[in-house]
Design a protein around this ligand. Structure first.
Ligand code: DON
Length: 388
C-alpha cells in the first residue's frame, strides 16, 4: 500500500514539474529564430551520440559496396567516396562527421515532407483515402504495382503515390512548388534551394514517372494535372540538402513536428504517427521489411545517397553516401544508421528503447536509460537535481 502511495506521490511531483518545465510547448506555434531547445525526457547523452557516430564513421568509411544511381545521369557523376553522418536530438544536441556540408539531392526523402504538407492541409483521413498506405513489395517506380494494387497509388513513399500526393497540395503548380520548398526549409531550419543540374537531368529523363502519372489518370487516382504534378515532383526531388540539414528535418519529425533548433512548429503533432507509419511501411521500398527487422526505425532513403531515420522523441540519424544497393538505398548510409541505432538502443520495436530491461545492459547503456525527467532536471542549472 505504502508503495502505491509513494508511487502516486512521485507521479504528482513529475506532473507538476513537467508542467512548470514545459509550459504550453505542445500547443503553441513558436516564432522562427527563438531559442527552442526543449528538454526531451528520452534524448540521449551527447557523449554516447558522439561515440556511436565516430565509431560508425570509422568502421564504414572505407566500404566500397554499391553503385551510384545512373538512371538520372547527373547522379552517376557524384563522387562515390563522399560520406557523412549527422545526428540531432530533440533537444538540439548536434553531432556530425565527414562530408556533412556537401549538398546532394534529397530525391525520395522529399516524399516524407510533401506527405507532411498534404496531411497539414487535408488531414489523415483524406490522405489515407486518396493515396493509401500499403507496401507494394515492388521497386519504387513499379508500373505493375500501379496496375495491381487496389488503391493504384499504393502509398506516399513510392513514385506513383508521391506524385499523387503532390497533386493533392492546393494551388497552382507554382504555388505548390513554392509552398513545398518553404515547408522543407522550415523543417530543415534553413533556406533550401533546388539543384538546377539535377532538375534538368531528371526532367530530361523522367518518362517513367510521366507514364506512372498517366496511368493514375486512368484509375482516377491523381488529383491535378498529371504533367504538372510530375514536374513539381521532379523539382522537389532536386532540392539540395546537406547531411546536417537532413538530420534536422528528421529531428523535426522526432520532436513531434517542432524544429528543435528554431522552435517552429512545422508539422501538426497529430500527423506525426501517420508519417512515421508510412516511413516504416515503405521508406526503404522493397527492403523495408528487412530494415524493420534489422534496424527498427522509421526511415526514408533517396537515390541521391541520403537516408534519414527517426527515433520518436529522441532524435534523428542521417547519413549520406552515393553508392546504392539493388533497391536504391545507400549501402554505407544503411550500415552507419544501423550501427548508431544499435549503440543507442533506438529500435522502436524493442522495449529496451525506452529503458525496459536495460538492467541487462552494460553500464554506459544503462546510464542512457536513466529516467529522462531526472536527466532533464540535471541539465538545467537553475533547478537542483532531485534524488529519489
Ligand atoms: O522519381 C525518381 O525516380 C527519383 N526522383 C526519386 C527516386 C528515389 O529517390 C528512390 N529512392 N531510393
Amino acid at each position: 500500500m505504502s508503495r502505491i502511495v509513494k508511487g502516486f506521490n512521485l507521479f504528482i511531483v513529475c506532473c507538476v514539474l513537467t508542467f512548470s518545465i514545459f509550459p504550453q510547448t505542445q500547443s503553441r506555434n513558436r516564432v522562427a529564430g527563438t531559442a527552442a531547445a526543449q528538454c526531451s525526457p528520452v534524448a540521449p547523452r551527447a557523449a554516447e551520440v558522439r561515440a556511436a557516430g565516430d565509431e560508425a564513421y570509422m568502421k564504414f568509411r572505407g566500404d566500397t559496396g554499391g553503385k551510384n544511381a545512373d538512371y538520372i545521369p547527373v547522379l552517376a557523376k557524384v563522387d562515390p567516396k563522399l560520406f557523412g553522418i549527422g545526428i540531432i536530438s530533440t533537444d538540439n544536441q548536434t553531432y556530425s562527421r565527414g562530408d556533412v556540408q556537401y549538398f546532394f539531392s534529397i530525391q525520395s526523402i522529399s516524399k516524407v515532407f510533401t506527405l507532411a504538407l498534404a496531411l497539414n492541409e487535408l488531414g489523415p483521413d483524406a490522405v489515407f483515402q486518396k493515396i493509401g498506405s500499403e507496401a507494394t513489395g515492388r521497386p519504387f517506380n513499379s508500373v505493375e504495382a500501379v496496375a495491381d494494387m487496389p488503391t493504384h497509388t499504393g502509398n506516399p513513399m513510392v513514385n506513383a503515390g508521391a506524385i499523387a500526393t503532390v497533386s493533392l497540395i492546393s494551388g497552382t503548380a507554382d504555388e505548390k512548388w513554392n509552398k513545398i520548398l518553404a515547408f522543407y526549409s522550415q523543417a530543415a531550419g534553413e533556406k533550401l534551394t533546388m539543384l538546377d543540374d539535377v532538375y534538368k537531368s531528371e526532367a530530361a529523363t523522367n518518362q517513367g514517372n510521366r507514364a506512372l502519372a498517366a496511368l493514375l489518370v486512368k484509375y482516377n487516382r491523381i488529383y491535378a494535372d498529371p504533367e504538372e504534378s510530375v514536374d513539381v515532383y521532379t523539382k522537389q526531388c532536386s532540392v539540395g540538402v546537406n547531411t546536417k540539414q537532413l538530420a534536422m528535418m528528421g529531428a523535426t519529425l522526432a520532436n513531434n513536428g517542432v524544429n528543435p533548433a528554431t522552435g517552429v512548429r512545422v508539422i501538426k503533432a497529430e500527423n506525426i504517427p501517420y508519417i512515421l507509419a508510412a516511413m516504416s511501411t515503405a521508406g526503404l521500398y522493397d527492403s523495408s521489411g528487412a530494415w524493420a527487422w534489422h534496424v527498427g526505425l522509421p526511415a526514408k532513403s533517396g537515390v541521391g545517397g541520403g537516408i534519414v531515420a527517426v527515433a520518436p522523441g529522441k532524435g534523428a540519424v542521417a547519413a549520406f553516401a552515393p553508392p546504392l544497393d539493388e533497391a536504391g538505398n545507400s549501402v554505407k548510409a544503411q550500415k552507419a544508421i544501423k550501427y548508431v541505432e544499435q549503440k543507442l538502443d533506438y529500435d522502436v520495436f524493442s522495449p529496451r528503447s525506452v529503458g525496459l530491461g536495460a538492467g541487462a545492459l552494460p553500464a554506459r547503456a544503462r546510464r542512457a536509460h536513466r529516467p529522462g525527467l531526472l536527466r532533464c532536471l540535471e541539465r538545467r542549472s537553475t533547478i537542483r537535481p532531485l534524488r529519489f
